[in-house]
Design a protein around this ligand. Structure first.
Ligand SMILES: O=P(O)(O)OC[C@H]1O[C@H](O)[C@H](O)[C@@H](O)[C@@H]1O
Length: 179
């Protein structure tokens, strides 16, 4: 049963009666959330802190790399294909746990050495899961001459996860190379 969806541009979707992100539903949900926490004399920041305390300190970022002109398109294609075909057992000392290739529709579990099908539509997207709940996902933009790099880390504090993210981002930019 579909419950809630969100995406990188902060678009959110509650329920499945609208087929794209919907700010009206999101605003209502946020108002509901405020009412709930206000009744408990808490702010939304308090609520966020409670989530961090309960699940850990997660940090996420989107980084974009611009590739100009026809040559840029070729470079993006070559870079994605090299990432697809070159084994990546670890990154920055983190073991790679899984690799999801949305073009092939396969999730590879590198620990177990097994594969399983992905249920989402085919798309030129790669996602790597690293040890310690870190991950990154990479895809060419569908609307601009850009590579979109999504990175996520988990730390023992917000500072720790932010620092881990900055290091991982630096390493990924080095791995991908300049546009
Ligand atoms: O990321 P692109 O493929 O360039 O698409 C651009 C944007 O299109 C829509 O607005 C989506 O809701 C966004 O998530 C996306 O970022």
């Amino acid at each position: 049963m579909f419950q809630f969806g969100y995406e990188e541009s902060y678009g959110m979707l509650v329920g499945d009666f609208v087929r794209d992100k919907d700010a009206v539903q999101s605003a209502l949900l946020l108002a509901d959330l405020c009412t709930y926490h206000k009744a408990r004399k808490e702010s939304l920041l308090d609520a966020l802190q409670q989530l961090f305390d309960r699940y850990g300190f997660y940090c996420e970022e989107l980084h974009t790399l611009t590739y100009k002109g026809i040559q840029g398109v070729e470079s993006m294609t070559a870079m994605m294909s090299s990432l697809r075909s070159t084994p990546l057992p670890s990154l920055l000392g983190y073991r790679v746990i899984y690799r999801e290739d949305y073009l092939e529709g396969i999730r590879f579990d590198l620990e177990k050495g097994s594969c399983e099908p992905l249920m989402l539509p085919r798309s030129d997207v790669l996602k790597f899961g690293l040890e310690g709940d870190a991950w990154f996902c990479i895809r060419p933009s569908g609307t601009e001459p850009k590579i979109k790099l999504y990175i996520g880390t988990k730390g023992t504090s917000l500072e720790d996860s932010t620092e881990k993210l900055a290091l991982l981002k630096q390493e990924l930019i080095r791995l991908i190379g300049s546009p």
